[in-house]
Design a protein around this ligand. Structure first.
Ligand code: DGL
Length: 280
């Protein structure tokens, strides 16, 4: 009997370099609780934000291939760095060979779509990893949709390590949160909307709010990505009908199970079932 790719059913894959994607997963599960999810955190090789295009692409492709092998018909890159540096190449060059009946989606486009309504001054700031800022993905996506908006980006290389090392609530974090917000507003004083363009950053939200002048909107991505995914599944029954619906969620990490369990419980406020895997 021929191998019918379109019959493969499974959970929705959600990928991040580490724990950050859990902030996206949380909102997706709230919006679409009936689906099954398989989360993969490449914790052993995080952060991706300071790595070259080639390395981020190679690591992301390994993750997508593994999630496909585990039956996911759809994979969400819940990582801006991977969305900025690998998504397009994977969609255009790799999917046709891997399995062109499956889909890989990112988080930058749905976030960019939300900007138009959020800003009045039409000056927007993007805080993200060095990789995402260097890729210019945000200015390009926002300009395509809203040519009148001025976009100013700033890399915050210390924020992911603060989150991955559970220092996001510490006094030490204050210095680096204040530093990057002030630098961004020094670059453009008319900014009225700041996008947290890294899925790790919502863990720093209390401190970010504390050091951001009143009246400036702070945008986190989870809800926008969840709404956009809901809409995508409504419009694409050929994919939605292949995503299984038992309300289950499983987790994979490239680091130790214990470490992941401990941190995931902080992000998700629940105990999780985790397996350790190696990517290559
Ligand atoms: N959470 C990822 C993002 O949204 C990147 C973190 C990292 O590995 O540097 O960009």
């Amino acid at each position: 009997m021929p191998y019918l790719k379109s019959l493969i059913k499974g959970p929705i894959g959600v990928f991040d370099s580490g724990y950050g994607g859990l902030t996206i997963l949380k909102e997706i599960r709230k919006a679409l609780p009936e689906y099954d999810y398989l989360y993969l955190g490449d914790n052993a090789r995080t952060p991706y934000g300071t790595r070259s295009f080639e390395v981020v692409y190679e690591f992301t492709l390994e993750a997508v291939t593994r999630l496909f092998d585990m039956g996911c018909p759809l994979v969400i890159l819940a990582c801006n760095t991977a969305s900025a540096k690998a998504l397009r190449s994977i969609q255009q060059n790799d999917l046709p060979y891997l399995d062109d009946s499956r889909r890989v989606l990112g988080v930058i486009r749905p976030t960019a779509e939300s900007i138009g309504e959020a800003t009045k001054s039409r000056h927007v700031g993007i805080l993200a990893t060095s990789g995402t800022i260097r890729s210019e993905s945000y200015p390009m996506e926002i300009k395509k949709l809203f040519p009148d908006i001025t976009v100013t980006g700033l890399a915050c290389p210390m924020w992911v390590p603060l989150v991955e090392n559970k220092e996001y609530d510490s006094e030490g974090a204050d210095f680096f949160v204040k530093k990057y917000i002030n630098e961004l507003l020094d670059k453009d004083a008319d900014i009225d909307t700041i996008v947290l363009g890294c899925t790790h950053y919502p863990l720093l939200i209390d401190k970010i709010r504390q050091f951001t002048p009143e009246g400036i909107n702070i945008i986190t991505q989870g809800e926008y990505v969840a709404t956009s995914l809901k809409d995508y599944l409504r419009r694409h029954d050929e994919i939605a009908s292949r995503c299984t619906k038992n309300g289950r969620c499983e987790f994979l990490t490239t680091e130790s199970v214990e470490k992941f369990k401990e941190s995931a419980s902080i992000f998700l406020h629940e105990d999780v079932e985790v397996r350790s895997i190696t990517l290559e």
